[in-house]
Design a protein around this ligand. Structure first.
Ligand code: HEM
Length: 439
């Protein structure tokens, strides 16, 4: 068990890849301090795991230990049962495609403004630059912050809070101890990473509660940002969300939607600069106003490089899976990178080939970048829109080349998988004639 734990911590993808080679598409790993964990790596088994959302599978409790200190107990990520359903219904309208499509122009504007400030004088990493853009999207379209001073503070504090919130030291604090820490002065005597986390969280909370108070006092009836819609929303009993619920959901959306989208963008460019034919076809397509290849590139990139490592469910009762009985109390988890690279789901899965997503017979079985079942990603439409718009705007302005021909390593960061060099590229300003100008 200790050996498996070391291998898992060092390089989880390689470890479970080896397990798959040895044991096939369903296997158990035993990790110190964790219940038994069963991974599945095949699309049909993944589908069966997601189907447990209707029966004995629980996604929220699994996330609680490491996410609740940041996102709070009312977070969609951590809730279960009726309480989860209530929040999911309240968030639904804001993330429905109809509402999200209305964000396109603002995302374009945010991207153009950011892209104009990029220093491309030497090789640089794309992921931090995309993080700035996706953070701005959350600040403007999700929180709807208009006050420039408040926005400035949040811009500084939120990335630092997410960073501090992913310290493994935080996960070592037992869930019950947080209730005491949250309410007591004891927090000031804690070791540095915990103290820093609590201090950043307090500062962010003050800004978010101030934003909520302003908006309740002076509601924007035409506001399409997520916070405006959440404030106006009512559940089936006619009740509105409390300030605490709003705060928890806003931090949830930030935590779940900011770095994931930036990482997906980084991977997309990491792949494109290493498959020049796909990049050239995309540039040609965009130059003539086409969107089909762009959509295929986005899908293929999310397939070829999973952003999220796994989507576990804790079983409250036993299930039959792949010829085995998995008992209650165990975790079952589709390993997204392996499912999306499985031969049973995709032809030549190791190839980056957007063409597989063109045409009517596009493969969808096994395409699970946003998870599945009832707990599938609530922000998937927004993420897909952001990806399309930001990739298009970035390519309108710059031409890219890889710094190194070898693919970047897949590096685990918290529950995500990021490009080892953060998608390092060289860029130059595009000649105006080749693509429609972005300014
Ligand atoms: C490319 C970007 C993104 C990826 C790859 C991604 C992926 C995922 C995955 C794999 C899950 C877990 C699904 C499961 O357990 O079956 C998830 C859940 C979630 N995502 Fe995303 N996500 C992205 C962007 C976003 C955005 C932009 C938002 C919102 C602003 C968001 C909000 C959420 C929330 C709230 C959940 C929890 C849903 C629930 O438990 O009911 N995500 N996401």
């Amino acid at each position: 068990m200790p050996l498996q734990t070391v291998q898992m911590v060092r390089d989880p993808l390689r470890f479970i890849g080896r397990c798959e080679e040895r044991f096939g598409p369903i296997f158990r790993v035993r990790l110190l301090g964790y219940p038994n964990y069963v991974y599945v790596t095949d699309p049909s088994l993944a589908r069966q795991v997601y189907a447990t959302d209707r029966t004995v599978g629980r996604a929220g409790v699994v996330r609680r230990d490491f996410l609740e200190p940041l996102v709070g107990e009312n977070s969609l990520l951590c809730l279960e049962g009726e309480a989860w359903l209530r929040q999911r219904k309240l968030l639904g309208p804001a993330f429905h495609r109809r509402n999200v499509d209305g964000y396109e122009e603002e995302i374009r504007w945010i991207s153009r403004t950011a892209l104009r400030s990029w220093d491309i004088s030497g090789p640089f990493s794309l992921r931090p630059r995309f993080q700035e853009i996706t953070l701005e999207v959350i600040l403007q379209l999700v929180l709807g912050v208009r006050d420039s001073k408040r926005k400035h503070h949040l811009r500084q504090l939120l990335p630092a809070l997410i960073d501090a919130g992913s310290s493994p030291l935080l996960w070592a604090v037992p869930a019950r101890a947080w209730t005491v820490l949250n309410a007591s002065k004891l927090a000031r005597r804690l070791p540095h990473p915990l103290r820093k986390f609590l201090s950043l969280r307090d500062q962010v909370d003050r800004l978010i509660y101030a934003e909520i108070a302003d908006r309740r006092r002076d509601p924007d009836m035409d506001g399409t940002d997520v916070l405006s819609l959440l404030i106006a929303g009512r559940d089936e009993d006619g009740a509105a969300m409390s300030d605490l619920e709003l705060r928890d959901e806003l931090l949830t959306l930030l935590e779940a939607g900011h770095e994931t989208t930036a990482t997906a963008l980084a991977w997309c460019f990491e792949r494109l600069v290493r498959t020049p034919d796909s990049l050239a076809r995309l540039e040609d397509d965009l130059a003539t106003g086409g969107q089909a290849y762009l959509e295929a590139v986005v899908k293929e990139s999310l397939r070829a490089r999973s952003v999220v490592f796994d989507t576990p469910r804790l079983l409250e009762g036993p299930i039959e899976l792949g010829g085995y009985t998995v008992p209650a109390g165990w975790h079952v988890a589709p390993a997204l990178a392996l499912v999306q690279n499985s031969r049973s789901g995709f032809d030549e899965p190791q190839e980056f080939r957007p063409e597989r997503f063109l045409g009517g017979d596009s493969p969808v079985d096994g395409w699970i970048p946003f998870g599945g079942g009832k707990r599938h990603c609530v922000g998937s439409h927004l993420a897909l829109l952001e990806l399309r718009v930001i990739i298009e705007e970035t390519l309108k302005r710059f031409e890219f080349k890889a710094v190194d021909a070898a693919p970047e390593a897949i590096r685990p960061v918290h529950v995500t998988l990021v490009p080892g060099n953060e998608a390092r590229v060289r860029a130059r300003l595009r000649a105006v004639a080749s693509l429609p100008a972005s300014v």
